[in-house]
Design a protein around this ligand. Sequence first.
Ligand SMILES: NC(=O)C1=CN([C@@H]2O[C@H](COP(=O)(O)OP(=O)(O)OC[C@H]3O[C@@H](n4cnc5c(N)ncnc54)[C@H](O)[C@@H]3O)[C@@H](O)[C@H]2O)[C@@H](O)CC1
Ligand SMILES: [K+]
Length: 459
Amino acid sequence: MITSRRMAAVDLNAEALGVPRKQLMESSGNAVARACRDLADPGASVAVVAGRGNNGGDALAAARFLKAYDVTVHLLGRPETISTDIARENWDALVAGEADHRTVTDSAGFDLGDPDLVVDAMLGTGVTGALREPEATAARAINDSSATVLAVDVPSGVDADTGDAAGLAVDADRVVTFHDDKPGLGDLDCEVVVADIGIPEAAELFTGPGDLLALDRDAQSHKGDHGDVLVVGGGPYTGAPALAAQSALRAGADLARVACPEAVAREVQGYSENLIVRGFSGDRLAPEHVPDLLDFAADRDAVVFGPGLGDADESLAAVREFLAAYDGTAVVDADALQVVPDVDTEATLICTPHQGELRKMGGETDSDWEVRSDLVREFAADLGHTLLVKGAYDVVSDGDAVRVNRTGNPGMTVGGTGDVLAGATGALAALLAAEAFGGGLVATDLLERLPAALRGDEA
Ligand SMILES: NC(=O)C1=CN([C@@H]2O[C@H](COP(=O)(O)OP(=O)(O)OC[C@H]3O[C@@H](n4cnc5c(N)ncnc54)[C@H](O)[C@@H]3O)[C@@H](O)[C@H]2O)[C@@H](O)CC1
Ligand SMILES: [K+]
């Protein structure tokens, strides 16, 4: 089962793996033609009703595979308004190939005729709202005809994610949907066939450019919309919490705060004026600090626990107490990880161990990344928390889905990269909580850019 949002991500990932969208459209077209052959004998009359998006493009490609049939292609709208290059190229190929084609520029001009089979490719996952004209008239004609109706990807007018229609929708006999079943197709009264269109498995398993789609920023945003992250760490070390907090800002959080022992607070602040530093008494985290920290954390979108915290018994006891009482979102890293397996918490935890830390938590690992993926998924399910296990191939799992990140390079084993990852993860978790994303701009960037702005240079 795949949502249209995830499908768009997988599609971009496939492109990055060398399988472009046009190739997928060709496979989709081939799958639609196969379904036609299944539903009608050679020589039968087929009306292809195509919209101006990629759903239409799939059917325009299919028409080239149907030489044994009497095919008429109806394009809804003017060819100049076809919305994607790949769909337009398939239209141009039909015209150049002298296929029987018509363009329907107003609904009064639509004549479906009396075909044996209709291919409904007006709208797929790109539908918004109720069918407009001429799609609505065409849908009525399709529903009134006695033809068998094959819908491409989803019956036009139906939301593939919910199965709902904002008004009229095509009543299909069969749907050929691509790559994976869609949540909205289950409740429809028609047969659903899933066609493999050659999307590599790696496009789903490995993170790629498509996975960044979820991070698009809303241009109308305001300060505070983009997440407020609290890093709890420092004591034995000072660089780690500062790095994590700066990373949170660079990953798009609006505000990054560090709660650290007073003994090191000035030093942590000294790394960057972009950070808001709050000291607590003494030279390391202890249970007596927990009530205040809980209060402070309640107003933040996410907490990052661990960078530079050390493994003193009282610090680990404090982490345990904090997590037992906390019900927000927390990233747990470094020494703090070891308390996770035996803590009973309502919080949503994202744990970011390297393989040594994973073992210390009681998890197993393996040099083969595929075996490791299974182990990580099982352990995440046991823990009831999300794991991001660092390695040459990072494995991320919530106990159900698994994603593997194989980007990076051997230089990234240098100290501090783990703190940067924990901070960035905290920011993304906070932004997901706030459902908005920032651009990674920090106040000191503005200082650097001010002279150029005053000179009137282009940004
Ligand atoms: N990885 C993928 O996502 C793949 C998608 N493919 C196809 O691409 C389709 C999605 O293509 P698109 O994103 O171009 O979207 P669609 O082709 O579903 O619809 C977009 C077009 O519909 C118009 N439109 C939207 N709502 C309307 C309404 N209520 N009344 C009338 N017109 C309306 C838009 O103006 C636009 O021209 C899928 O359903 C599938 O058929 C396949 O080619 C294979 C791969
Ligand atoms: K359709």
